[in-house]
Structures are given as C-alpha cells and as structure tokens.
Design a protein around this ligand. Structure first.
Ligand code: NAI
Length: 342
C-alpha cells in the first residue's frame, strides 16, 4: 500500500517508516501541505496521511476521490480541518483519538510555570550574566483557582496535575463526565472565579472564540489564559485588547487562530505579516510555542503506530475503530452495535 504523507517534518519520518515497514505500507513523504494545488501528488496512492494544517475541504476531497483515494488518515486527534460530512460516500476518515494526553497536559503546565515564574526572562538574563531579580516576582499556584474548559483525556490529566499543586479546580464541559468527582460549574463561573483558565475542548462552531470580547469582560483581573487546544478557541484580537487593558495577566499559547502558514515553519528571515501575532509575541507576559504540546517521543511513536493500525484495520476489515462519523463526529458515540451512525 502506498500513502502520500503531507506536511512532513523530519521528526515524523523515523516512526512512520518503522511502523509502516512492519505492515507493508510505503509512505511517500512530501514537505508541502495538502491543498487543491498539491492534491495530485497523491496520484497512484491508496490513501493520504495528513496533519492539522492540511486543507481537506470539498474541492480537495473531490480531487482525492477522482484519484482513487480510499482513506484519509489523520495523524492527530483534532479534525476541524476536514469536511467530514462531505467525505461521506466517497472517502473514509480515521484519526488518532489519543496518543499522549500527558504530553499536552504537561506542556500546558510547563507554559504556565514558565510564565508565572518568569523562567523565560531569567533564562535569557543569566545567559547574559545578569543575575538581577527585579521584575521576576511570580505567584504561588497553591491555593489558586484554575478553570478547566473541556474535561476529556487531556483536561483530566491537566486537572490531576493541578490538584498535585494544591490548586482549587473548577471545570466546564458540555458533556460532564459522570464517573468523576470534578467540580463542574457554569461557563460564566469559570470566567468570573478563575485565576487561571486552561482550554481543553475541541474547536467547533460552538466553541469558536469561546474566549472572546464578551467573555474577557467577565474575567477576573490578572487571569492567566492557557490554550493548547486549537487557536480559534480564542479571538486573538480580543485577547490582545484584554492584555493591553491589563485585565488578562498573561497568556500561554501553543496554538493560534491564524497559525496555518506560520507555525511549524522557520519564518525568521521574513517580515511578519500578522500584526496581531507580532504584537502578542512582543508582550512580556505572552508565551508562544509553535503547536509543540504533542511533541514527545512517546506521542510520536503512538501516533505512528495508531495511524498504521487504523490503515491496516480498514483495509483488512473494511472499517477502523477510529473511523470518524460525519453525523456525531465521534467514533465513541457510534458503537451502539454499529460502527458508525450512518
Ligand atoms: P477529548 O475528546 O478527550 O475531550 C474533549 C472534551 O471537550 C470532551 O470532554 C468534550 O465533552 C468537551 N467538549 C466538547 N464540546 C464542548 C463545548 N462546547 N464546551 C466545553 N467542552 C466541550 O479530547 P482531548 O484528547 O482531551 O483533546 C482536547 C483538544 O486538544 C483536541 O480537541 C485538540 O484540539 C487539542 N490537542 C492539541 C494538541 C497540541 O499539540 N497542541 C495535541 C492533541 C490535541
């Protein structure tokens, strides 16, 4: 079997070659992202393997279908970049629902600690033999209230870590977990009571700009916002205004609304066109990482192994446990005796 592998980065290749070779799958690695102009690269392949910033809209799906592509294998959990409904009856879509919730939750905590204890500033200072402490005052996490939006795999690991720090945890989820002792509150209570807010819900029409102008007006002064989920959960312009007005004390962003052409790339030799991102990065209380939260050895191996298993399961049995359903968007909801809602 041959798979066109789009948006390849050097760290993808070893694990996908290893697991692919074991199951007789040849990955053709392309650095370019998948879009309407590059879809033809998949000619002669059985499927495509894509990541978060590949474009899999109706036009691309039509072209892939014409080329005989049978399966789109997402090597990530989120699938907001794929028009799943449009794939129905044409191409099957599988994803990797979980690869390391620890990787993402631990990165969120790493960003939080770096930000509030000014480690990013101290690191640069001591490199320059500047041992002054002025401006580096932080605050204790112990006793602070953290508001967690989305209590799925990653949100729950994040909550456990926060409890270890002695923080008070409140949470909001559209579908609260029944098997937990999580203290669920309303979204407004999260906004009003939290010293720190961490986003762990998926990007949907409902959650787009969940942190927008209206929400920001309700926030506790000095709140720290962490986003390791999807950029468009936050209205970046509103965030910038919230930081300028001093309502938001700090922001830790691993994802950004308009990240597609910037994140994962070295654009250091170019003029930054995105004024909002440039201004955010210039702020001393904003920390940006480049969609890096997933990037651990464990996660990379799990991603490759699950993707290869999804593909072989699909070609062997005609279905995969991790196939996405266009109706409910979740494989988990579709197990009611059938593999999908449709
Ligand atoms: P999950 O599916 O286990 O949990 C998501 C939770 O969000 C569920 O409990 C769900 O009920 C809840 N939710 C759904 N709609 C909601 C709404 N309208 N309001 C509040 N909560 C809502 O997903 P998981 O594995 O915990 O991942 C969370 C997100 O993290 C993913 O959607 C993905 O976008 C992001 N992610 C980011 C990575 C990175 O490298 N930065 C890597 C992996 C995932």
């Amino acid at each position: 079997m041959k798979f066109a592998f789009f948006d390849t980065k050097s760290y993808d290749i070893p694990s996908f070659e290893k697991y692919g070779n074991e199951k007789g799958i040849e990955f053709k690695f392309f650095e370019t992202k998948l879009n309407k102009d590059t879809a033809n690269l998949a000619s002669g392949c059985d499927g495509v393997c894509v990541f978060v910033n590949d474009t899999v809209d109706a036009e691309v799906i039509d072209r892939l279908y014409e080329l005989g592509i049978k399966i789109i294998a997402l090597r990530c959990a989120g699938y907001n970049n794929v028009d799943i409904k449009y794939t129905f009856g044409k191409i099957h879509v599988v994803h990797v629902p979980a690869y390391s919730p620890y990787a993402v939750a631990e990165h969120a905590i790493a960003m939080l600690l770096t930000s509030i204890r000014r480690i990013h500033k101290a690191y640069i200072r001591t490199k320059d033999h500047n041992f002054s402490l002025s401006g580096l005052t932080g605050f204790d996490l112990h006793g602070k209230t953290v508001g967690v939006i989305g209590t799925g795999r990653i949100g729950r690991v994040f909550i456990d870590i926060c409890k270890g720090f002695g923080m008070k945890v409140i949470a909001y989820d559209k579908f609260p977990a029944k098997d937990s002792d999580i203290n669920y509150v309303t979204l407004d209570e999260i906004f009003e009571k939290s010293d720190i807010i961490s986003l762990h819900c998926p990007l949907t029409d409902e959650t787009k700009h969940i942190i927008g102008k209206e929400a920001i007006n309700k926030l506790k002064k000095g709140v720290v916002i962490i986003n390791t989920s999807r950029g468009a959960l936050i209205d970046a312009e509103a965030l910038l205004e919230g930081i300028k007005s001093r309502r938001i004390g700090a922001a830790c962003l691993d994802v950004y609304e308009e990240e597609a052409d910037i994140f994962f790339e070295d654009v250091s030799g170019h003029i930054m066109d995105d004024d909002t991102l440039a201004r955010l990065i210039s702020m001393p209380n904003v920390l940006v990482t480049s969609h890096q939260a997933f990037l651990t050895e464990e996660a990379l191996n799990n991603i490759a192994e699950t993707t290869v298993n999804n593909i072989t399961e699909f070609f062997d049995n005609g279905y995969s446990e991790n196939e996405l359903c266009y109706r409910c968007g979740k494989t988990e909801s579709c197990k009611n005796g059938r593999r999908k809602c449709f």
